[in-house]
Design a protein around this ligand. Structure first.
Ligand code: IMP
Ligand code: MG
Length: 187
């Protein structure tokens, strides 16, 4: 079979032409997302925040994060794209825009990974023009060594090495999003 995902006993995953190795377990991911949910609950419990999930990569993280948030909240989605294969294209496209009104709302932007910071930088500029009451950012992953655009990430799941990763919503050309833990490229 081609284009399928398989895991062998040594925790490696082959996705098309590339091999990945486990780096953060499902258990550790779950624990950390709960911790982030607790922090957000403390900071936003009575503010009815609007979580805005950046599609596609953040959908898995956002789904778990909102259920770890103990308070009323709403959820919206935008679709931005900047990656092709394992590399950034250098530009951000809005593929699907925001349908919710954000003026005077407390907005929590949910991102899968902050790599160069280009996507978040672009999106935060756009958001601020809509006059929200506040904006904060939460990223499941951050690659500090890869940061080019100055963006503040208020809540970070894990800081990782500057290596391509898949799993927990992140993909390699569409594959690997369903992996419950995180895997990094074997070079
Ligand atoms: P940035 O705009 O360079 O910060 O990249 C952010 C976007 O690129 C993320 O939302 C991801 O969709 C994608 N991306 C960056 N690094 C990775 C990676 O290691 N694996 C999968 N997708 C990535
Ligand atoms: Mg992606």
């Amino acid at each position: 079979m081609t284009n399928t995902t398989y895991t062998n006993p040594s925790d490696h995953v082959q996705l098309r032409d590339l091999l990945f190795v486990a780096c953060i377990t499902e258990t550790r991911v779950r624990e950390r997302v709960k911790e982030l949910g607790t922090m957000l609950t403390e900071d936003f419990k009575d503010k009815n925040p609007l979580f805005i999930s950046i599609l596609s990569g953040a959908f898995v993280f956002a789904a778990d994060l909102i259920r770890a948030f103990d308070g009323t909240c709403e959820v919206g989605f935008v679709r931005l794209a900047s990656y092709a294969g394992t590399h950034s294209t250098g530009s951000v496209q809005t593929v699907m825009g925001l349908e919710k009104e954000i003026k005077n709302r407390h907005v929590i932007v949910v991102e899968d990974i902050v790599d160069s910071g280009r996507t978040l930088h672009f999106f935060l500029d756009y958001l601020r023009e809509q006059q929200p009451a506040s904006v904060c950012t939460v990223a499941f992953l951050r690659k500090p060594e890869a940061l080019v655009f100055p963006v503040r990430v208020d809540y970070v799941g894990f800081d990782i090495d500057d290596r391509f990763v898949v799993g927990y919503g992140l993909d390699y050309d569409g594959l690997g999003r369903n992996l419950p833990g995180l895997y990094q490229l074997v070079s």
